[in-house]
Design a protein around this ligand. Structure first.
Ligand SMILES: NC(=O)c1ccc[n+]([C@@H]2O[C@H](COP(=O)([O-])OP(=O)(O)OC[C@H]3O[C@@H](n4cnc5c(N)ncnc54)[C@H](OP(=O)(O)O)[C@@H]3O)[C@@H](O)[C@H]2O)c1
Ligand SMILES: CC(C)CCC[C@@H](C)[C@H]1CC[C@H]2C3=C(CC[C@]12C)[C@@]1(C)CC[C@H](O)C(C)(C)[C@@H]1CC3
Length: 583
């Protein structure tokens, strides 16, 4: 049995799960089975922490003094993470290092808490002084009371049977149907892409039709297509590593470290556009993409499988801090699917960031363009049809916007929380370029003439969706990068115990995911130009509703875990999730 490093009653610094912030906590006990400590925070929140998430108060303070910054303060530069300066409605947040107990729920202020508060006051005398400590409130929700605690002791084995993962410091429920679900998705997703591409080729494509006959294995594989996909990825990788463009910092990791990312996506798109223009001018025939769509998709699929295997292997050498919460269940299929490592890198080359923003996203535009060229050739047109132009322009705008604001991706769920495994590798390299292009693919053989008023109405819808999407993403991104940015001076916020606050006005006060709302309106405008004759071009809309509803609920659980009662307060203030008064 390992020696017990921290004793019952000892005051130590405990890391708040999922963040790099440390709070003063009191050790209540040690569980030898799970090798975890039960600790209590000042508001009565009890958690089980592993030894690596605890530091002795003395060592912690001398270290943070010598650097003159606590982990919490490091997060937001020289400001204390909780310092709020604007808006009378703004409440202050709890501090990473020391917080008053003013707002601890009265129910938890029992005698144990009183002793504890006294201990805390003594310890706080040693803590770095903070400018507005007295205003701070502790708004963590008490996780468990004593009676519950008696019933449940942390146990790794027990948790894994219950479909939860104990990953470093938090119990994370398994997602996507757990272990069985992972097998299902691993088989279903590639089969579904194959099915849809085959449907798109039919004269009467309908998702409710019987599946088309399976093509022979021979016809799926093509060396040339494989070569083109490899070349494409290598070309994009070369553009990514060029020392052109900004080096942006990601959000702080659990270790407090911030990774650097080369955000030159817009430049990469421009260079690619130039290269494609030269190639077309030199006689390269883009109808190849339409004629070999299936073979190109199969090649991309094989590459995504190889990449996922590499990432799974790579994660074996990663330490627990580098693993994603939730991709570390011990079940090979689940972890392979969900991704174990948060930021797999080859030197400074970030695989997740690169795959999410470059080959698939830029490939999406190239494929759409190739479909427009094919439509013109097949139907002897001087220019693509109005529907094809709208689909191309709308989706190009979406990608351009994503690459122009590439830095914003660093605050999204995928970058901050998800591991990089099959789901994202396949999603980025196959799903995005070969299913998001299905509307253009469909239009090649299924023209849908649009009247000018119909086209104008669709353009208006797209612009409304885009406005909501862009404004809300920018609000959140600006706020996360610099909470005291003058552009947000009139915004109301709710403070949380982690030092971050939640916006409750502007778009984030309308619904909890205004960016999803804008995205959904845009998705509608992408399907409308294809008409209502078939369901295939509506696949994106249907998939997107499912994806965003699921994503929203995943984000809800994650935010509840991170922010506790502050999140509940936010949900009360902003009751609708995505669509006002509907959902
Ligand atoms: N086209 C596609 O296939 C596709 C698919 C998925 C998503 N998307 C788009 O990608 C973008 C990113 O989506 P995402 O799923 O990563 O979610 P997101 O909405 O960008 O990020 C969610 C995170 O925002 C923070 N947050 C939540 N409420 C907040 C508030 N009131 N104030 C401040 N911060 C708040 C929380 O993180 P912290 O508090 O930790 O910062 C939360 O975890 C969206 O625009 C979405 O529409 C597109
Ligand atoms: C069913 C699975 C295979 C699901 C796979 C999901 C991924 C394809 C998506 C998850 C997050 C998405 C995303 C974009 C593209 C699709 C995903 C990778 C995005 C890069 C599209 C451009 C946007 O501007 C964006 C940068 C906001 C966006 C970020 C999230």
């Amino acid at each position: 049995m390992p020696p017990v490093k921290y004793q019952r009653g000892e005051m130590v610094m405990g890391r708040w799960p999922g963040s790099s912030l440390y709070y003063e906590v009191k050790v209540l006990g040690f569980d030898s089975k799970s090798e975890s400590y039960t600790v209590i925070y000042k508001d009565g929140t009890e958690l089980e922490l592993m030894e690596q998430d605890i530091k002795s108060t003395a060592g912690f303070l001398s270290r943070s003094r010598s650097r003159s910054r606590s982990p919490g303060r490091r997060r937001s530069g020289s400001r204390s993470p909780s310092r709020t300066t604007r808006g009378s409605s703004r409440k202050s947040t709890a501090l990473g290092v020391a917080a008053s107990t003013d707002a601890a729920p009265s129910s938890v202020k029992d005698s144990k808490m009183k002793d504890f508060e006294e201990d805390m006051l003594k310890t706080n005398a040693n803590v770095e002084p903070t400018p507005d400590r007295n205003q701070h409130r502790y708004n963590l929700r008490r996780r468990r009371d004593d009676s519950e605690k008696k019933e449940r002791k942390p146990n790794l084995q027990e948790d894994s049977n219950r479909n939860t993962v104990v990953s470093g410091d938090a119990s994370t429920p398994l997602d996507f149907g757990g272990k069985i679900g992972a097998y299902f998705w691993l088989l279903f997703l590639p089969a579904w892409v194959l099915f849809m591409i085959l449907q798109g080729d039919l004269e009467d494509p309908s998702l409710v039709n019987a599946p088309p006959p399976l093509p022979s294995l021979d016809s799926l594989w093509d060396y040339q297509s494989f070569g083109f996909v490899v070349l494409w990825i290598v070309f994009q990788a070369l553009l990514y590593i060029l020392p052109v463009g900004k080096l942006s910092e990601g959000m702080p990791l659990r270790t407090g470290e911030r990774l650097k990312y080369r955000t030159n996506g817009f430049f990469a798109l421009m260079v690619t556009a130039l290269a494609v223009a030269i190639a077309v001018h030199e006689g390269v025939d883009l109808t190849y993409v339409y004629n070999n769509f299936l073979q190109l998709a199969v090649a991309a699929f094989l590459i995504s499988v190889l990449l996922s295997c590499y990432c799974y292997g790579h994660s074996r050498n990663a330490n627990s801090e580098q693993l994603a919460l939730g991709g570390n269940s011990g079940n090979v299929a689940y972890d392979f699917f969900k991704g174990r490592e948060l930021n797999p890198r080859i030197k400074n080359f970030d695989l997740k960031f690169f795959c999410e923003m470059r080959p698939g996203l830029i490939g999406w535009c190239l494929i759409n363009f190739a479909m427009a060229v094919t439509e013109m050739k097949l139907h002897n047109l001087d220019s693509p049809s109005c529907s094809m132009i709208l689909v191309n322009l709308f989706q190009l705008l979406y990608v351009l916007d994503g690459l122009w604001n590439e830095e914003a991706i660093l605050t999204t769920m995928d970058l901050m929380h998800d591991g990089f495994g099959f789901m994202l590798a396949f999603g980025d390299l196959v799903w995005v370029p070969f299913t998001y292009t299905l509307q253009a693919f469909y239009l090649v053989n299924h023209p849908n003439p649009l009247s000018p008023p119909a086209a104008a109405a669709i353009v208006l819808l797209k612009l409304i969706g885009f406005y909501i999407f862009r404004k809300s993403n920018s609000e959140k991104n600006t706020f996360r990068k610099n909470p005291s940015d003058s552009k947000l001076s009139c915004m109301r916020t709710i403070p949380t115990a982690t030092g971050k606050s939640l916006l409750t006005s502007g778009w984030w006060g309308v619904v909890r995911h205004p960016n999803y709302l804008g995205d959904l309106i845009m998705a509608l405008s992408w399907s409308l130009p294809c008409g209502f004759s078939h369901i295939l071009p509506w696949y994106y809309m249907i998939y997107f509703i499912i994806l965003l509803v699921h994503r929203e609920s995943r984000d809800m659980s994650e935010c509840k875990r991170k922010y506790g009662s502050a999140w509940d307060e936010y949900c009360q203030t902003v009751p609708y999730r995505i669509i006002p008064w509907v959902y």
